[in-house]
Design a protein around this ligand. Structure first.
Ligand code: SF4
Length: 339
């Protein structure tokens, strides 16, 4: 497949749509072609969102997990981390600090844990939502009834990463789980009224560019409101601890592909890019991203939320500087909802 990407090529796909081969060409583009793609991605973002970048705060409130994802440091078998569940009052006090700092989207993230139940989390959601903050959940798969309970408490957004659209790779990486169930859960979230987010983990062993194209098509099919990509970094104490990291440049091309193909999704500049490359998150913004998330997990617990080892923690100052350097203006997702 030899497709030379230029401004006309991009314009035609933006008008007529991208084929699978076109998406593959984007992911395999040369550096010069990628620069054109990034420019076009920024223009699509400007038309749809203006020059705005959305800022969130995340707290990782529980790290006990019943799952055994082979790439994740919090997998049930890993004994090298200390397990914790934060006290609700502490979670709410962190949300208050975020609000005092002008952040109005609060992201509650946790492993798939039985340490917290629907009522416990519902109470936390209600307290934060009552502060006029938008609540975003990333807590894995629970009971369907819980979704209504949390929605009534005020949660409106839910992220569930599909990690890979390759059925075989998914089942190898997440033993005991089926890709089709995860996709169905994303549809169920939508039926229960949530804005949904998903995305792959880039650099899993055996992952192909074709499967990354399928990731894009899956997210389009699901009509996601939020789309993301994280770059694989190994976590100690896991079966993948000595595997190489994922490819940042391919990740940046994937961000541009999301912006050009999915168009109006919220796309985060994830911390994995900053961990792996100088100005990694700025480069994400320059490739079409429009969200940055400040990590507000209490420092004493951060290292035990081990998605990967030696994490980069995004502070408020870094987030704001990155937004300014990208030529964007900070705003909140509440604005998109008109409140
Ligand atoms: S990726 Fe999520 S579900 Fe899988 S082991 Fe880690 S925390 Fe648990």
């Amino acid at each position: 497949m030899q497709l030379n990407i230029d401004a006309g090529w991009i314009e035609k796909r933006l008008n007529d749509g991208f084929s699978k081969d076109d998406l593959k060409a984007v992911l395999l583009s040369s550096d010069a072609e990628a620069d054109l793609l990034y420019r076009a991605a920024r223009e699509v973002r400007r038309k749809l969102f203006g020059n705005r970048a959305f800022i969130r705060a995340v707290i990782e409130f529980a790290n006990t997990c019943r799952c055994s994802c082979v790439y994740c440091g919090m997998r049930a078998e890993n004994t090298e981390i200390t397990r914790f569940t934060l006290d609700p009052d502490e979670i709410v006090s962190v949300a208050e600090i975020a609000l005092e700092n002008g952040i109005r989207t609060f992201f509650l993230q946790a492993a798939e844990s039985e340490e917290y139940n629907a009522e416990w989390l519902g109470d936390v959601i209600r307290r934060i939502s009552d502060m006029n903050m938008m609540v975003l959940l990333c807590v894995g798969i629970h009971r369907e009834d819980d979704l209504d309970y949390w929605f009534e408490a005020g949660a409106r957004k839910f992220i569930l990463k599909h990690e890979t659209s390759s059925r075989e790779l998914f089942e190898e990486m997440k033993p005991g789980f089926l890709l089709k169930d995860r996709i169905q859960w994303l549809r169920t979230l939508r039926e229960h009224g949530y804005h949904i987010g998903s995305g792959p983990l880039l650099g899993l062993p055996g992952q192909t560019v074709d499967s990354l194209v399928d990731d894009l098509i899956l997210m389009k099919d699901l009509n996601v409101d939020m789309s993301s990509i994280s770059v694989f970094l190994p976590a100690r104490g896991t079966p993948l601890e000595s595997y190489p990291v994922g490819d940042v440049d391919l990740g940046l091309r994937f961000i541009a592909a999301m912006r050009l193909f999915l168009k109006n999704t919220l796309i985060p500049a994830t911390s994995t890019f900053e961990r792996l490359a100088e100005d990694g998150q700025l480069r994400c913004f320059n490739a079409g991203a429009n969200v940055i998330t400040v990590n507000m997990t209490p420092p004493r617990l951060r290292d035990d939320y081990e998605l990967y080892s030696k994490r980069f923690y995004v502070g408020l100052e870094h987030a704001r500087k990155t937004i300014i350097r990208a030529g964007l203006i900070e705003t909140t997702e509440a604005e998109l909802f008109g409140n």
